[in-house]
Each structure stands twice: as C-alpha cells, then as structure tokens.
Design a protein around this ligand. Structure first.
Ligand code: GCB
Ligand code: CA
Length: 896
C-alpha cells in the first residue's frame, strides 16, 4: 500500500515536473505614471510641462468625479507610461503584451513606435511586441506608453446606458513570453484552444480540443501534442497524443477528440466538479517541451424549453440569481480580482445558481470563480438602449461578440451568449417617421448578424436578447424571433403598473410565443438604505417597498414552470453618473450596497433559496433608530422587525426576554418588538435548533410626545418636512423623523402642504432633482410649501436651531429617466418667493428667497442659538410676501 502511494506520488511528480515549459506570464501592474488630458507623443519627453502621477493598475481616472455635484465625468484621453524591464533571455522568445481590459479605446507605443490599438472597454486584447523591444541594453529597459480614451464614440457600444463609462486601464496587464512554437497567441486574445464536449452523459463523455499552433521560427518543426485529463485528485483519467508537422512561420490547425470517458463526474452548481485538462506541445526529436495549455473541464449538458424552463444534466432546474455590475465604492471599475470573486461568492451564498454578467464581459476572474464555485452564467456585449446605423458600429459590435466568445469559451459555467440590452428603449427619429421604421429594420439586421456570428462561433450554447417590457414592439421588430431565448427586463410595480402586471406579461409571452424559452433577465426596485417607511409606497425608495417587490417576483419566478429563471437587478448598487434621485449618481437596486453590505432582500433570498438552515434578523445594519411614543407613560416603543429564515419557526428575544415563537411563511415572519430607550440586544433563533441564530445591537432613541418629558428628556430632534419616511444620515448616524402637525406640548408644523414635483406621477414625495452641497439629498428634496409656523414646546434653556432649505422649483428640468416608463419630459416655471422668518417673534431672516439665499437646487442651512424663557417654547414663523413659504427640514439641539 505504502509502495503504491510512493509510486503514485512519483509518477505524479514526474508528470508535473515534466510539464516544464509553460508560457511565462508576468503582470506589469506596478509603477506606472499617469496623466489625465490630451498629449502628443512629443509632449511625453517634455517632463517639465507634463506632470505625471504615480499609479498602479488596475486604475481608473473616474473614481471621484462620478460622485460629485457636477453633472458629467471626465471622458477624454488618459496617458500611461512605464519602463518595461524585459528578461534578456526573452530575446529568443515570442513576447506578447496582454491587456485584460482598458476603457474604451487604447493605443500602445513601445520605444516611440506604435504597437497597435484596440476598440472597446470590456474585452481583452494582446499584441506581439518582439520587433519593438530592445534587449541590447537591459538596464535601459523599454519605454511603454499607452493612450486610453473614454470619449463618446458613436461607433463603439455602449452609446447610452444606465451605468458609468469609466476610463482607464482598469484590469490587469501582462507580459507573456513563449517559445517559438506555442498554442495560438493571436486569436482575439483567446487561449487559442477551444474545448467542447461533443458527447456528454453520466455514463460516457468525450471532450474535444480545437485550435492552432503557431511556429514563429524559420525552421519547420515536428511536434507531439499530448493531452491529459486529470480528475480532482490529479489522477490521470484519459490521455491522447498525436504528432503534427509545422511549416516555418506558420499557423497550423489541429483538433483532438478524446476516447470515451466512462462514468464521468458531472459539473453542476450543487457539485461543481472540475477536471483539469493539460495539453503539452513537445518537440518530436528532442522531446523538449515547448508549451503547455491548461483549462478546467466540466461535463454537463443543458437545454431550455418554451414550456418547461431549464434542464441541467437532464434535471429540471430553476435558474435564480443576479446581475452583476463591475464597479465598487471609491474604486470605480478598477477592482482587485478578489473583490470580483467575492461578488460571485455572494450570489452563491445567497443560494443562487445563476449570474447574468451584464451589460458587458467582465474580468476573467469572474467566470473562473463561476466554474469553481458552481454558478451558471450568461455573458453579453453592450449594445445598450440604441445603436448607430453605421458599418463601423456593426463591425465593432461583431468584433466584440467574437472577442467575448473566444476569450471566455473554455468556461463550463457559461451557458448563454447574449447581446444588446433593451435596444429599442431609446430609438432614433420621430415615432411616426419613415426613418424610425428603417431604424427598426437596421436594429433587427444587426441583431441577426450578431446572432449569426454567435452561432457560428459557438454552436454549443444558447443565444439571448434581453428586452424591456414593451412586448409588442420587440415582437413586431422581430427581436423575439432572432435569439434562441428571450430575456425580459420587467419592472411592474416599480416603473410601471402594479406587481400583478408581471404575471399578465408572462402569460402574454407564453400565449403568443409558446415555443420561445424566457428568462426574467431583470427585476428590482431601488432601496436607499437610509430610508424606511411604516407604509411603504411604490417608488418611495425605501428598503421596505423593495422587500414587497422582491417577495412578489420570487414567487412568480419559482411558481411559473415556463419561466426558465430570473436574475435580480442588481446584485450590487452601481454608479450611474447621470441619475439624480434620492442618492444622486447611484442606482440603488442592488440587494447589496456599493460597498458590499447586504440589504434585507439578500437575507430574504437566502431564506428562500438556501438548503442549509439560516436565521437572519432584518435591517441589522440599521443600528440607530428612533420613534415617537403616542403616550408619555409608555415605557417601550413597538416597532416591526422581520426575521428571515428557512426553518419552520423562529423565537425572538429582546434584552434577554423572549417574545415567543412565530411560524415562518415564505421565508420570513414579522415580530412586534418592544424597544427600550438606549441599547437593545435582539436575538433570533430557530425554535427547533437554537444553534441556528442571529443577533443585532440596536440603539433606540425614544421621543416622548411632549418635549418637557422628564422620563425621555430630548437632546436633539430632527424633522424632515414634506416627508413621511424615516431617514438616517450615513455620516452622523442621526435619524430624521417624518413630519407631523403641531399639537400642544409637542412639536410640529402649522399650515402648508407636502410639496410634490409636478409631471412625475411616480414620485410620492418631493422632487428627484440632485441637490448641490449635501449628501443628505432626501432632506432637501422634500419640503412643506405654504408653511405658516413650526413650533417646539420645549422647557426653558438654551437651544441651537437649524433651518434647512432648498429651492426645488428651479425651472431646470432634466431629460426624463429613460427607464422610467411613466416619466415624461416637461417644462417647469421657475418659482419666485420672498418671505420673512421670525424666531420667537424676532425677525431672523428678512426677505428670504430667490433673490438672496435660495439658489436653485442648492442646500442652504442656517443655524442660530436661542435662549427660551418664561415657558414660551420656540415658535418659528414664516411670513409670506411673494410666492409660497417653504421649509425642508428643521433641527433642534438642547445646549443646556
Ligand atoms: C433596465 C436596464 C438597466 C437599468 C435598469 C434600471 O431595464 O437594463 O441597465 O439599470 O433598468 O434600474 O432602471
Ligand atoms: Ca425635507
């Protein structure tokens, strides 16, 4: 036995040791210099006028400007340079420069000569660079200069989209050196070898390799290609080899089909069993090993049906997961690989089995993670919202499609190649015009060409087009016919209609296109983690409304057989610079925040999808809360608390006291929890298994209804006028209470009404405009118009009072958000108002208004101190002169 082990070890060792010559791959991410702006090649030498900044890759120049108060972000040239030190031995090798991605056009120069260029921000590219390198003087190195440009270009997709087109070399860059004879390095930056499994079942499978071998030498070569399949434990399962003659300076095609592999272990999300394929080229005469290629192989087969959804390895499988955008708080799109991999793990840990890599191909580490941890994937190219009807746009689109497919071909996780997204959302030309009809034809023609290219590149996978919810339009233009699967991005109960519109839409698809498989490629609702509501309303951006949305959609996806699956829009919050709304520049539909903190919906999906038992307390990260008692003598404040679980029943304790057990229904239950003033400790556990548990620490500030309460003496009170939601300032963690009318002994407004912007029926409160000068936009975006007074019946003492204003009716209207199907462009009349503000009858702000303090869409805070005496409390009066009075927020702090 021992002997056998040693033998096995030895043979393994020899095999591994014998692998020898792999390509040498060396990252060159460190020590670059960067300049943002236009330069000529001549300027590069002139170190006096050009000031370079030290950077490392991955890098983007849009880390900060996408979040500031100015619309737009830098879209233009950025220059990178660095001295490359190349191993002198490489003189006799073939050397390549390999970019995983750079956005969006790239030109590369070495030692003053142009090496090549690339179009498109989301795919890899590489160049052979031997002829540009100098080896004579190794200490001098080689000067590499890279010009990157993320300007708008009408011939490069994406033209327009709900995400930010960051610029920079934002993925890894490598030098690669190979022997003269090697697997193809000049095929769309792919690995040059394409693996398929022409026969696959649980009893018998075969794999096939196809590709080219390059011989960059002046001599002809006789080689042997030996391919081995190793199992998880590196035990050889299959081996095949054959010889090939290579002409000098040539590319020679080859293909190898394996012998049958009996009873292969299958790959699936539940058991992502990967075999290792290793192919070695060796010189037939000298036996020298020249190159090595390795790839994972997963034996799996799959099919989509219009009726029954998706099948993996013959088993019906509901595809459930999320879309993933590639950016991250403060990093733009320049993330370390580990963060990209973590996103895939987050989908896995949610119980998902599926990811839509949208709207563009992403870092190679993403699909590597999918193979390894078991996630099925679809990937797409970014022809989003509209196209340009030019040959150049068409060529670039097709080129990207080919790059995407060839570069990602060898990932068992990939099952669908897609292209375009909601391509009829923002069509060109007038609706009724003849040009519009021609445009539609041109879109369909491009879709067909992309489809043909995809099927030609890879007949082993499905194709898909993701559309927005205008069924009749896509159907009449022909976009439901072209792809094998139709993806629908559906937002019923968000942008459009009510939740049940979802089922109505799906039924229509199924009735009219019974044979066409469908995936709900997007569904989601904004959830601004700073906002909560007792009575959530559509489009109020609260965490609470988003929960209702996700509950409805998951039920539909799980229960309707012909729905093959669904992907949440989005796994993560992402930057969309052109958006305003409650959190300007952000799309908050992520079930995980931009800095990767899960929201409630994430725990809900875990409870519904995971098999292992879980208990999670909802809104755990909402650690500072407050509430107003209805009667002063109450000693606790009752608030709903949702617990997510896949167990039968959970028990809840607060501050050591049990609140009893409740049954879980569809993934959750809601407890009425008595919070005391100060710190509270909440524990939840599965009633039948106490080790499955969660806890939360929540600080509660209880306000008595009367401000002179001795039981709950107040220190600080903040009221958001014109709003019924609760808001938490992320920086200070202070809560803002919803407004209420004044009652004696308490606080509140007198007179006026809640402002609501005109022409945007979706928005329940205030405006969606960006307010400059604050991170707390929701405080300023809501206001009370025509307010007469605000009163605080506080005891005598010294106080600090702050008034918050913003002019919301600015006369500036931005283009309606394209995704919001009910918002229309419209003009608004600029407001003009003048009013006096008095504090305890003393004139405080005279003729306050648009002539002085109130600039359009800018935050204005004014604070003052006041000594209250004779039990008079505080009264702020607003005396109208011209137009309506306003107040957006008010804060009162007790000093002593
Ligand atoms: C969509 C788009 C996606 C947007 C999303 C939204 O339909 O495909 O790019 O981000 O809606 O949140 O509006
Ligand atoms: Ca407000």
């Amino acid at each position: 036995m021992i002997k056998r082990k040693i033998l096995l070890f030895l043979s393994l060792f020899c095999f591994v040791a014998g692998f020898g010559q792999e390509k040498i791959k060396q990252s060159i991410n460190s020590n670059w210099q960067f300049y943002k702006g236009k330069l000529s090649l001549a300027d590069l030498e002139n170190s006096k006028t050009v000031i370079w900044e030290d950077v490392n890759l991955p890098h983007s120049w849009n880390k900060l400007d996408v979040m500031d108060d100015q619309w737009g972000y830098y879209r233009g040239e950025g220059w990178y340079k660095k001295t490359l030190f190349v191993n002198p031995d490489w003189k006799n090798k073939s050397v390549y420069l390999y970019f995983e991605g750079s956005s969006q056009t790239t030109e590369v120069f070495i030692n003053g000569k142009k090496v090549g260029s690339h179009i498109g921000g989301y795919t890899a590219f590489s160049f052979p660079i031997n002829e540009f390198l100098q080896f004579e003087n190794p200490e001098k190195g080689n000067q590499i200069v890279v010009k990157v440009d993320n300007s708008y270009n009408e011939n490069i997709p994406p033209l327009d989209a709900d995400f930010t087109f960051y610029g920079g070399i934002y993925r890894d860059v490598y030098l690669i050196a190979t022997n003269d004879v090697h697997f193809d390095m000049t095929n769309y930056a792919s690995e040059g070898i394409f693996i398929t499994t022409p026969e696959v079942s649980s009893t018998l499978s075969k794999f096939k390799l196809e590709g080219n071998i390059e011989n960059n030498s002046k001599l002809s070569k006789e080689i042997i290609i030996t391919t081995k399949l190793l199992d998880k434990n590196n035990i050889e399962v299959s081996t095949l080899s054959f010889s090939l003659n290579l002409n000098p300076n040539s590319k020679t095609a080859f293909s190898q089909l394996s012998k049958p592999i009996q009873n292969p272990k299958l790959w699936s999300p539940d058991e992502p069993y990967l075999y290792k394929l290793v192919a070695v080229i060796s010189d037939k005469k000298t036996k020298e090993q020249l190159d090595l290629f390795s790839a994972p192989i997963g034996f799996r087969w799959f099919s989509f049906s219009g009726d029954k959804g998706f099948f993996l390895n013959g088993k019906p499988t509901k595809l459930i997961g999320a879309n993933r955008h590639q950016d991250y708080k403060d990093l733009a799109n320049a993330l370390p690989d580990a963060l990209a991999e973590k996103d895939m793990q987050l989908i896995k840990d949610m119980g998902g089995n599926f990811v839509r890599i949208a709207h563009y191909p992403q870092d190679p580490s993403v699909l590597e993670a999918c193979d390894r941890i078991g996630l099925l994937a679809m990937v797409e190219t970014p022809e989003v919202n509209r196209i340009t009807e030019t040959k150049a746009f068409e060529d670039n689109s097709i080129e990207m499609q080919r790059e995407m497919i060839r570069q990602n071909f060898n990932h068992p996780s990939v099952i669908v190649w897609a292209n375009m997204n909601e391509v009829l959302l923002r069509p060109r030309y007038d609706e009724k015009s003849a040009e519009r009809q021609t445009y539609y034809k041109n879109v369909a023609a491009l879709a067909q060409k992309l489809e043909n290219a995809t099927r030609e590149e890879d007949p082993t996978r499905y194709t898909m087009l993701p559309n927005h919810g205008n069924f009749d339009l896509y159907n009449s233009v022909g976009l439901t016919k072209i792809p094998m699967i139709v993806g629908w991005n559906l937002y019923y109960g968000w942008y459009d209609g009510v939740f049940s519109g979802l089922e109505t839409f799906l039924e229509k698809h199924h009735k009219l296109l019974p044979d066409k498989p469908l995936v709900i490629t997007e569904f989601g609702a904004d959830a601004d983690r700073r906002m909560r509501a007792d009575n959530p309303q559509k489009f109020d951006k609260t965490m609470d409304y988003a929960m209702l949305y996700h509950k409805h959609y998951l039920n539909a996806i799980e229960n309707i057989d012909y729905v093959a699956g669904g992907t949440i829009w989005n796994l993560v919050e992402f930057n969309s610079e052109g958006r305003a709304e409650s959190w300007p520049h952000m799309n908050n539909k992520g079930i995980i925040s931009w800095d990767r903190i899960p929201k409630d919906a994430y725990y809900f999906y875990q409870a519904r999808l995971l098999k292992k038992p879980v208990v999670s307390i909802g809104s755990k990260n909402w650690t500072n809360r407050s509430g107003v008692l209805s009667l002063e003598n109450e000693s606790v404040f009752y608030q709903d608390l949702e617990v997510f679980s896949n167990e039968k029943e959970v028990t809840l304790k607060i501050n050591g006291q049990s609140l009893g057990s409740q049954k879980i229904k569809e993934g959750s239950t809601i407890f009425k929890v008595p919070f005391k003033n100060g710190n509270n400790f909440v524990e939840a556990f599965s009633t039948s298994n106490e080790s499955v548990k969660d806890f939360a620490s929540i600080h509660f500030t209880i306000y008595a209804p009367n401000l002179n309460s001795t039981k709950y003496p107040f220190e600080n009170i903040r009221v958001n006028l014109g709003d019924q939601r609760q808001y938490t300032d992320e920086l200070t963690q202070q809560n803002w209470l919803p407004e209420k009318a004044y009652t004696k002994g308490s606080w509140g407004y007198v007179g006026g009404e809640i402002y609501k912007m005109s022409g945007n029926p979706l928005i329940p409160y205030g405006t969606n405009k960006l307010i400059k000068g604050t991170e707390n936009d929701p405080i300023y975006q809501t206001q009370r118009e025509g307010i007469e007074a605000f009163k605080f019946d506080v005891p005598d003492g010294k106080y600090e009072l702050t008034l918050y204003f913003a002019e919301l009716i600015s006369g500036n209207t931005r283009e309606a958000l394209a995704y919001n199907l009910t918002e229309k462009n419209q003009k608004e009349e600029k407001a003009f108002r003048v009013f006096d503000v008095l504090v305890n009858e003393q004139l405080f702000l005279e003729n306050f208004g648009n002539n002085n303090y109130l600039e359009p869409e800018k935050a204005v805070d004014i604070k003052t101190t006041i000594f209250v005496k004779d039990g008079k409390g505080i009264q702020v009066d607003f005396k109208q002169k011209t137009g309506k009075t306003i107040l957006n927020g008010i804060e009162l702090k007790r000093i002593f």
